[in-house]
Design a protein around this ligand. Structure first.
Ligand code: PLP
Length: 393
């Protein structure tokens, strides 16, 4: 039996606010915060750079975190690269891939800018980009992606869960179709890892980028990038920590993941992330998914019963509910909800302007859910939005 009230004890800020903005960033549980505090108080050193006890302890704990994350995503430590966020992981692929002029990328209209701009920028070096649209509910039909693939397509880049619409893509099928047509595939898992089961070996995408600070419950400034065949990339960022030898004008890079983690990383953050992922593992991602989906679906259903509210996205959604209150701007709605009931929701275009254009509006309010939200909070939100009726009639 999923005990949300026990979970909430590990997130003290939830006693102060109704936090419905976990798509932007989640709260971090006490055990993960304590792991970071322990680093600073007991053994802070640098990673991979010293023989003394603090450096050794730091390196061991950092690499333990890598093993934990790799196990959780069914990856391998050597293919698990720590980044500072999803965006950095996607840019790492865009900047390290051996592109040639005339190569082709297929992506979609429902991407976060982080999984769109890095590909659009490659047009400057002669890479062609095709953007395919969603169906009427905001989902990507895998066959539409297949139709866009040409014999020059090197990469398909698609989001697992749309942060603006809440739609969940059939990534298993998209991966199979991409591979069947000779293309590699990158999944933007910013809104899926930690919110739903992710198995990087089945059916096996080529690249998977996610955040540490969202469903994995780690701190801000952490992210994870999976690369199936790291040897095919040439790290775009080199320097300290990436190299095994330097001689004259040449150098020899370390194997993955070291060659992709140039400079001192966010060591406390990654150690906190490792502890946070253990926390998610212990609760069980299937239980989390079920809990979040139920909250989101109840919210969407109840909000859509209010005649002054329009709800967007498919019925079968992840924990994301975008909506608008007719006659009010999304920022005003978000401010009023905060001031009247301490409800934290996001407003605006959610760094996904093409998705918002698809909805035919210029912004939305977005309520989003994590493992610690409750039906009482859904109730508070729905009642507060209902009260806005007085402002619009
Ligand atoms: N991709 C999606 C689907 C997102 O929702 C987000 C952030 O909300 C990002 C990418 C960017 O994530 P980050 O802030 O970790 O770089």
């Amino acid at each position: 039996m999923y005990d949300v009230y026990a979970v909430r004890e590990d997130f003290p800020v939830l006693k102060e606010v109704v936090y419905l903005d976990s798509t932007a960033t989640t709260q971090t549980p006490v055990p993960a915060v304590e792991a970071m505090v322990e680093y600073f108080y007991k053994y802070a050193g640098n990673h991979g750079r010293g023989a003394h006890r603090l450096a050794r302890e730091t390196t061991n704990r950092y690499e333990d975190a890598r093993e934990t994350v790799a196990r959780f995503l069914n990856s391998e430590p050597s293919k698990t690269i720590f980044t500072k966020n999803t965006t950095e992981g996607i840019n790492l692929i865009a900047n390290s891939y051996p592109w040639e002029a005339g190569d082709h990328i297929v992506t979609t209209q429902i991407e976060h800018h982080s999984n769109l701009l890095p590909w659009l920028r490659l047009q400057k070096v002669g890479v062609n980009v095709t953007i395919v649209g969603p169906d009427s509910k905001g989902r990507i039909d895998p066959s539409v992606i297949e139709s866009a693939i040409t014999d020059r397509t090197k990469l398909v880049a698609v989001t697992h869960v749309s942060n603006a619409l809440g739609s969940v893509q059939d990534v298993d099928r998209i991966i199979k179709l991409a591979h069947r047509n000779g293309a590699q595939i990158l999944i933007d898992g910013a809104q899926s890892a930690g919110h739903m089961p992710v198995d990087l070996k089945s059916p096996g995408c080529d690249f998977f980028a996610t955040a540490g600070h969202k469903g994995l419950l780690g701190p801000q400034g952490t992210g994870v990038l999976y690369v199936k065949e790291p040897e095919m990339l040439e790290s775009a960022s080199v320097g300290g920590g990436t190299v095994s030898d330097v001689r004259g004008l040449s150098y020899l890079l370390e194997p993955s993941p070291a060659c992709f983690e140039a400079g001192t990383p966010n060591i406390p953050g990654i150690i906190g992330l490792g502890r946070a992922v253990e926390y998610v593992e212990k609760i069980g991602v299937e239980a989390i998914e079920k809990h979040e989906k139920k909250l989101a679906q109840d919210t969407a259903k109840r909000l859509s019963e209010l005649e002054h509210v329009e709800v967007y996205g498919p019925k079968d959604r992840a924990g994301v509910v975008p909506f608008n209150v007719r006659g009010l701007h999304s920022h005003d709605v978000a401010l009023i909800l905060d001031q009247s009931r301490k409800i934290c929701v996001r407003s605006g275009h959610h760094c996904a302007i093409p998705s918002i254009r698809f909805l035919g509006v210029d912004s939305t309010v977005r309520a989003s859910f994590a493992l610690y939200n409750t039906e009482e909070e859904v109730d508070i939100l729905v009642r507060a939005v209902d009260e806005l009726r007085a402002l619009v009639s």
